[in-house]
Every structure is written in C-alpha cells, then in structure tokens.
Design a protein. Sequence first.
Length: 213
Amino acid sequence: PLDRVEALTEAVDAVARLYGKGCDVDIRGLRHGDDVKVWKDLKVKAFETRHDEKQGSLGYVLYRKVKKRIPPYDVLDDESYFIEIKRWCDEHHQSPLDVFFALEWIPVMAYTGDCIWESIARYEEFFIAETLFLECTGLDARAGTIASMESFGLMHLDTIVMNTHVFQNERVVLSHISDRYSREQIEDIVQTRLEGTPLQDRCSYVLCGHRYR
C-alpha cells in the first residue's frame, strides 16, 4: 500500500546497515486498481481489502497474457484450427491476430493477505485465478467465532465453508493459520470441515513460523 512505502524503505535501509551491505529492492507504492508489469507477459494488480481500520491493506492478483481463440474458431479441434490459420495466412499474407485469436490477461494467482471476507467477496478475480492464497486465521472455536475473527480483521474457516460454492479456483491454499494449531490438528480440521464440499479436493494450506510441527 502507498502509505507503507516510507516505513518499508526505512526498514530495508535498517536491515542493510545491520548486514553491512545494501539491498537492491524496487519498492512500488500502489493504490486500488494500480498494476505493475513484472515480466513481458505477467503483471500484478492491487485490490483494496480490509484488515486494519487505521491503515490501508491490499490483495494482489498476478495475470498472464495469453492468446484466446475467437468465435467461431474456438469450437474447432487443434488440427482443424491450425489448418484454418494456415489457409487464411496463405490467402491474406498477414498476421491472423484479431481474426483467430485475441490477447487477454487472465488471473493465474491471487493473494488476499490478512483481511475479512466481505472485502474480497466483491472481486471475481480472486475466485477465478488458478491458485488462490487465502487468509484463514481461525479454524474452530479455539480461535474464536466469525465475529471475533473479523473484529481483528481476519477470517474464520466457518466463513469459507459457508461460501465454498463461489470458488472456481483449481487450487485454494489457506494461509496465516493461527499457531495455536499443530500440523495434525490443521489437517484433521480442514479435511473434516471441507469433506463433501466443492473444495474437498482442491484445498491445502501453508505454514510459516508455526511453533508446532
């Protein structure tokens, strides 16, 4: 977020002084809707989320630019499709762009960061990206309720279970899970709660700095 650039720059400089060498970091301050090209066919777009009332927060979606077939040629099998392209190119002696296919940015990975559900529910991009890294701090009553989690700007597994029908992602990776849970507890709770839902075979989790392994 744009309002964190100065603080992050100071932190990077402090780490560089501690280690006695510089850090080559390109810090970009972003607002909602801003995007940054990170490779010739990749860009990242920022989306406003809600975590801390005092400071802004952002989620991010990584897009890849791909060629998408244009009707009526999108219904052809690969062999027929390329035969048609060759025939057209031989006849017109120019690129088939805009005739057979168009360039389109598609979401391939999304990251919510710490946030509440309602702040991301309005963004379709998060739920159609191939892979979604989704904030999920609380898993059961030991961490609190949906309301108590949201009071800290965080998400509860109960909310995800109630909304499994909206996830079109190939993979959903739960992150920022409270370290009150062991790995075994996490596996058992997630598997049990998502059994029989659309996310049953598409959901996993990632741990970072957990006390319990």
